[in-house]
Write a protein that binds this ligand. Sequence first.
Ligand SMILES: C[C@](O)(CO)[C@H](O)COP(=O)(O)OP(=O)(O)OC[C@H]1O[C@@H](n2ccc(N)nc2=O)[C@H](O)[C@@H]1O
Ligand SMILES: Nc1ncnc2c1ncn2[C@@H]1O[C@H](COP(=O)(O)OP(=O)(O)OP(=O)(O)O)[C@@H](O)[C@H]1O
Length: 283
Amino acid sequence: MQHARLSLPAPAKLNLFLHILGRRPDGYHELQTLFQFLDHGDELHFAPRDDGQIVLHSDIPGVPHDSNLIVRAARRLQQESGCHLGADIWLDKRLPMGGGIGGGSSDAATTLLGLNHLWQLGWDEDRLAALGLSLGADVPVFVRGHAAFAEGVGEKLTPVELEEPWFLVLVPQVFVSTAEVFSDPELTRNTPPIKVRSLLGVDGRNDCQTVVEKRYPDVRNALILLNKFTSARLTGTGACVFGSFPNKGDADKVRRQLPATLPSFVAQGRNISLLHRKLQGLD
Ligand SMILES: C[C@](O)(CO)[C@H](O)COP(=O)(O)OP(=O)(O)OC[C@H]1O[C@@H](n2ccc(N)nc2=O)[C@H](O)[C@@H]1O
Ligand SMILES: Nc1ncnc2c1ncn2[C@@H]1O[C@H](COP(=O)(O)OP(=O)(O)OP(=O)(O)O)[C@@H](O)[C@H]1O
């Protein structure tokens, strides 16, 4: 018998600002950043398997099956929960890789929440977020599914209520390695910490932007282009850059004026992720 499938979104995130406060002895960086989700992302489909195998049926070029964060997340959850079931998984990939909008991390989080549901493990969010952190610094915020002020390496999360504007996101066709940006000697790592209550007064600076603009001319050109219409910023370590608009019409209008060679999309910023809105509907 064919098992029923569970289909769930894996939405993108933006870093509305990103401050680097310092470097820890293990090489990871102390950050302060503001995360909001976008109503745009990948889609995953899950079906349980009785033989315990985890099989991802969709290939991402350049990412071997066993290194895919989806497979790694599924296997870790299976091991740590002692679950005997496996899963068939399909991925509709829409988010760019190395884009700074968290595609891989969001896929991992959707896998953890999806399989927790499908395998009926009953793990709470704290446990799933802790497992998620071992897969990547950005995974916990996707597990929690609420816009947040993040500290530490990105895992200390304070939920926040933000305006939900529309964003135009430009996708320069370059892959930016997060590890490379964080190891750049020219990266500034001395921004003073802020308090969550002073969030509203913070400008949208991203401390990675200078280094990324210098190393990736395509990113610099995208910023110059978007700055003609609105204040443009880098998300994460790039490559994507974004600007906000009060409504969809204004964002679409600017999008139509961009060169056809530069991929872009328009999506609304959301405080509750699409994944969590869908999961709430299932309960
Ligand atoms: C830049 C952000 O996207 C902001 O949201 C994240 O901090 C990066 O999160 P991520 O892609 O999940 O990152 P990870 O996969 O954990 O780490 C990739 C690499 O980035 C560096 N890294 C990452 C996060 C951090 N706080 N400090 C770091 O120095 C490390 O060299 C690490 O090897
Ligand atoms: N399911 C997946 N989707 C995308 N990338 C994956 C996946 N699994 C593993 N990876 C690896 O993770 C790397 C980073 O991918 P990702 O899309 O998360 O980057 P990103 O958007 O820059 O993320 P971030 O904003 O977290 O820095 C890719 O180079 C790829 O090798």
